[in-house]
Design a protein around this ligand. Structure first.
Ligand SMILES: [Zn+2]
Length: 410
């Protein structure tokens, strides 16, 4: 074996400690007291999980708090401020900020990521040019996939379509959109499906981002997904409009998503920050975070993701998927242990399924992309916001962190 993790508590079978043997970058054996030789790490009975998967994060516009204002703190201001800042982006500047954010994510145990990059006449392809080299530069620690999308509209913004096409030609494996800023939301959805099918890429929309349920476009996305047999390849993010639906209507949305194979990504930090701004004088503010754990019961696949790091959309962020799971659980009143466990699944197994990662999982033959958490179970890891002590990519140690130590007086 190239590496043996002794006394591991593998997720899914965490009642007992066992050993995990890794060879050739893959999980080669799982069993108690493996009689194997190789470099050994004793995990002392700690939880081992496949790495965290982030499906929705904007590396290009991360870490720009020093050049934008966030006074109103609403979506319109965030888009306008980011648009202004974007004009000054150079590939080098994007590369430097994106690297910093990506390293933070790696340090938090993220081993797979889909990043959403903006292309439009204002920024051209400069963000894409800044991020593309990272795919190779950080392949030792993370599998990075790029999703290009038009943040400032498509049909209303001449020149954007050609840039999306160029992005897809340069190897982006997903295409997204933000129909709610387009002059013709359904028209944008149709064009994105057209491009996705032409280049055979997955779809990941920003969708139905707003404080009321008026004008939702979710049904149109589901309709096109079914029409083009794209089930399992389409995700939608935010959908905060659904948070003001009464339970029967929310159930209907869940059934619609499940039957069409459209997955949902909840972005708790951004949704909390940008929603509720219509409350002018009280602090009994709406949360705007879709109760994803309830949608799971209808068969919808859901994930939780960071979305924005230190920008006017979200002036917070340490790229911790554990934090997103904990924040979500807290905000969405998750109390049942089974649902707490699902919060962990929504930053690991479920987003992996969303991204169709075939070699992901804690099983023999899967890629040894693993994290070790200072915990005994996923539900306790979510509840306690447990730190990552190790991360491994294809069996190679990429991160280690010492547990905190108390220094008692003598
Ligand atoms: Zn986003």
């Amino acid at each position: 074996m190239d590496l043996i993790l002794r006394n591991a508590r593998p997720i899914g079978a965490e009642q007992e400690v066992t050993d995990i043997g890794i060879a050739g970058g893959k999980i080669a054996a799982i069993g108690a007291k493996l009689s194997a030789e190789g470099e050994t790490i004793d995990l002392g009975g700690r939880l081992v999980s496949p790495g965290f998967v982030e499906t929705h994060i904007h590396l290009d516009k991360s870490c720009i708090l020093d050049r934008v204002k966030s006074e109103k703190g609403d979506l319109d201001e965030a888009i306008a401020e980011a648009a202004k800042a974007k004009r000054g982006f150079t590939p080098d500047d994007v590369h430097a900020r994106a690297s910093r954010t990506l390293e933070k994510a790696i340090l938090q145990g993220t081993t797979h990521m889909r990043t959403h990059l903006e292309v439009d006449p204002g920024v051209g392809l400069r963000s894409l040019e800044g991020v593309l080299p990272l795919l190779k530069e950080y392949a030792w620690a993370i599998d990075l996939q790029i999703c290009v999308f038009p943040q400032e509209g498509l049909l209303n913004n001449p020149g954007t379509d050609e840039l999306l096409v160029e992005g897809l030609k340069r190897g982006c494996r997903a295409i997204g959109g933000a129909p709610y800023v387009d002059s013709n939301p359904n028209g944008q959805i149709d064009r994105i499906f057209e491009l996705a099918r032409e280049y055979d890429v997955d779809i990941d929309f920003h969708l139905d981002f707003g404080p009321t349920a008026e004008g939702m476009t979710l049904d149109h996305v589901c309709k096109r997904t079914q029409e083009f047999h794209y089930g399992g390849r389409v995700a939608i993010g935010h959908v905060t409009k659904a948070t003001s639906l009464a339970p029967p209507a929310l159930d209907a949305v869940a059934k619609r998503l499940a039957e069409s194979g459209v997955a949902l990504t909840v972005l708790p930090s951004t949704d909390l920050y940008l929603m509720g701004r219509n409350h002018t004088h009280d602090f009994n503010v709406t949360r705007g975070v879709v109760p994803a754990h309830k949608l799971l019961h209808h068969g919808v696949n859901c994930s939780l993701s960071s979305n924005n790091i230190l920008n006017p959309f979200t002036p917070f962020g340490d790229c911790s998927q554990m934090r997103m799971a904990n924040l979500y659980a807290n905000v969405c009143h998750v109390g049942k242990q089974a649902d707490m466990r699902e919060c962990f699944a929504m930053v690991t197994r479920r987003p992996a399924q969303m991204m169709r990662l075939a070699d992901y999982g804690l099983a023999i033959g899967k890629s040894a992309d693993l994290v070790v958490l200072d915990s005994l179970s996923p539900e306790m890891a979510v509840a306690e916001l447990t730190p990552v002590l190790y991360a491994f990519k294809r069996g190679r140690k990429t991160v280690s962190r010492q547990p905190a130590t108390l220094h008692r007086p003598h």
